[in-house]
Design a binder for this molecule. Sequence first.
Ligand code: 5GP
Length: 345
Amino acid sequence: MRIEYDIKLGFKDVMIRPKRSTLKSRSQVDLNREFKFLHSNLTWKGIPIMAANMDTVGTFNMASALSKHNVFTAIHKHYSLEEWNSFLNTSEKGIEDYIAVSTGTGSQDIQRLQSIFTKHPFLKFICIDVANGYSEHFVDFLKKTRDQFPDKVIIAGNVVTGEMVEELLLSGADIVKVGIGPGSVCTTRVKTAVGYPQLSAIIECADAAHGLGGQIISDGGCTIPGDLAKAFGAGADFVMLGGMFAGHTESGGITIEKNGKSYKQFYGMSSATAMNKHVGGVADYRASEGKTVEVPFKGDVENTLQDILGGLRSTCTYVGAEKLKELTKRTTFIRVAEQENQIYS
Ligand code: 5GP
């Protein structure tokens, strides 16, 4: 047994120090980023925020709304080929730049992935998502997927340490998804004691990825717009959101009326709710590692998105970053013992 003593930080442990700036207005800030991907050689331009591939968040409706703002959706893996067909037949041209087809690593997943790409070869992004990105089976699956799809952008995760980011990039991933345990409906840390504070995970994983020419997605743990600024400031190329995009018109999950108020159901993909829905129950050798909650209905996702983008633009003006790309370079984190004043919350 070993103990690492250097302290690892989460979003709540830091704030960003303001810096002298020549920017006059937040309207001058450009949140678009352009990336060239390591293996697929494709380039991408857009606002690097992603809706998570959860069946309550990564929906076709979410993609239609977010893609209008050049924001990305990792479409969840529970849509059938027929549902994909009808979505793509009715979508605007260019949607393929802002959606990923998600997959697990089971044999049915491979068949589903192949059938979707055979029918729609213009799609560009594959998101291979498992809870534990440290397994050998996952790395083998990634290598096979890279061999089969040499010109697609492959997102793979989740991991939280630099050496595994490197292994995934060397095994064929273009972008590595980072985060174990920070999610709003995740109970992994409670059930397993495994995890890594998200801000430190981003700093360490971004460093490893950028050294090899890859990118990372910070996945999970953002609860307010300021958390996205911290994630980008720490070096994340993309930030993925579950809970912040849940509860909207475009989100999945049933609507519940209680005492004259509307709520939408939101649950982790390893929760008992998700397992009952998709695999007929929680297998007896495993525990559920996700919660089920009711989120007050928030209206259209566009309003939430404007709030997030407005916050990010403002962060950039506070530190003098004219482009989101410059935010990491302009960020100095300060360790703090308090965040916002909660007297009226
Ligand atoms: P959030 O933005 O809600 O904090 O985090 C979203 C992320 O939580 C997802 O993208 C995914 O990585 C993770 N997640 C989703 N469902 C579950 C679950 O049931 N268990 C765990 N451990 N993580 C989950």
